[in-house]
Design a binder for this molecule. Structure first.
Ligand code: OKP
Ligand code: ZN
Length: 356
């Protein structure tokens, strides 16, 4: 199996986030991708390839060009606004553009300070930036696009994009949830631009991919299907309810399956089978999987009870759909098991894929 990866993610290395009001060590760390890379090397049968530069056009086909322009200089912008080196260490906003703030008053003046701009574009306290963040986020997009090219025109039945930072929480005009550019959404749109009639994004990360859902909510050509922790108890809290099913031309093309805490292998696989029925009914030309391994029972920020053999069975079920498939990495934070779990899921996919 082709694995697209690079060292560029190493430069995105903030150290803390604010979770539930507490400053804690950041869960989204460089060793996550490194440990998966090493496990795939040890497992054998996985071939590493470097990404190619796809430029800004595929990003701006999905994201607001003003967001893209902001991110290109967000670090310099922040650093200039900082009082001292301690604050300058990593960028986290303190005031967010909450909808209630200007209700009934029309849009605000564009923010002029580094802190104001960060609160304008970012929606949470889990998305710190450092100097290397923009380059790493650009590289993650190129990884997803290169993997997509391998499947669309490179003669490969599937490919794995080892993306970091992840992407599925980033909407058209915002960042959050460790995410800057929506790698999976950009890959899906890239396939549409290249001529695919229909693309499905199947999101099996523990968290709802609010960004991907938002980007395609009104679209009939890109289906979004997600299994995730019920937003009544889990991040991102405000999206991912079962009654969110799409709008306008996208009516019925969004499928949300909220799941309870301690969700077992059997419960999860039953939901996945049902979701795959929806995917096959939609009949996409390409399947993009947003793969999060934070459904694993040992994950420090999840509460599901999925096991390593369970993850292998998930990969088998997805491979059994027999669709050209690009697997785009999202979450998963139990560093000790990430490698084995990635190998399990991907090996499952390969086992059931014909001429993989
Ligand atoms: C990114 B991905 C819960 C706080 C959650 C952000 C989680 C982002 C997950 N108390 N903080 O979907 O794995
Ligand atoms: Zn997640």
């Amino acid at each position: 199996m082709q694995v697209v990866c690079s060292d560029a993610h190493l430069a995105h290395c903030p150290t803390h986030e604010v979770q539930g009001g507490r400053s804690i060590a950041l869960h989204e760390v460089p060793v996550r991708a490194e440990t998966i890379r090493h496990a795939l090397r040890d497992a054998g049968g996985f071939v590493e390839r470097a990404p190619t530069d796809h430029g800004l056009a595929p990003i701006e086909a999905v994201h607001d060009p003003d967001l893209v322009a902001y991110l290109a200089h967000a670090w310099q912008d922040w650093a200039a606004a900082c009082a001292d080196d301690e604050q300058r260490a990593e960028a986290i906003a303190d005031t967010y553009r909450h909808a209630a703030l200007r209700e009934g008053m029309g849009p605000a003046h564009p923010p002029q300070s580094g802190l104001g701009r960060l609160g304008y574009w970012c929606f949470d306290t889990a998305t710190p930036m450092v100097e290397g963040t923009y380059g790493a986020a650009r590289s993650a997009v190129d990884i997803a696009l290169t993997a997509t090219d391998l499947v669309l025109s490179g003669g490969h039945r599937n490919a794995y994009a080892l993306c970091r930072p992840p992407g599925h929480h980033a909407p058209r005009a915002g960042i959050g949830g460790y995410c800057f550019f929506n790698n999976a959404a950009i890959a899906a749109q890239h396939a549409i631009t290249a001529g695919a009639a229909r693309v499905t994004v199947l999101d099996v990360d523990y968290h709802h991919g609010n960004g991907t859902q938002q980007i395609f909510y009104g679209r009939g050509d890109v289906q979004y299907v997600s299994l995730h922790a019920d937003p009544d108890r889990a991040y991102p809290y405000f999206t991912g309810f079962a009654d969110e099913t799409g709008a306008d031309a996208g009516r019925g093309a969004t499928v949300n399956v909220p799941l309870p805490a301690h969700c077992t292998d059997d419960r999860y696989l039953a939901a996945l089978d049902q979701a795959l029925d929806d995917v096959l009914t939609f009949d996409p030309d390409l399947l993009v999987v947003s793969l999060g391994l934070d459904t694993y029972h040992g994950d420090p920020i999840g509460d599901f009870s999925v096991t390593t053999p369970g993850l292998a069975r998930c990969g088998e079920r997805v491979g059994g759909a027999q669709l050209p498939t690009v697997v785009v990495h999202e979450g998963g934070y139990d560093v000790a098991t990430l490698g084995a779990n990635a190998v399990a899921w991907l090996s499952g996919l390969l086992r059931t894929t014909r001429d993989g």
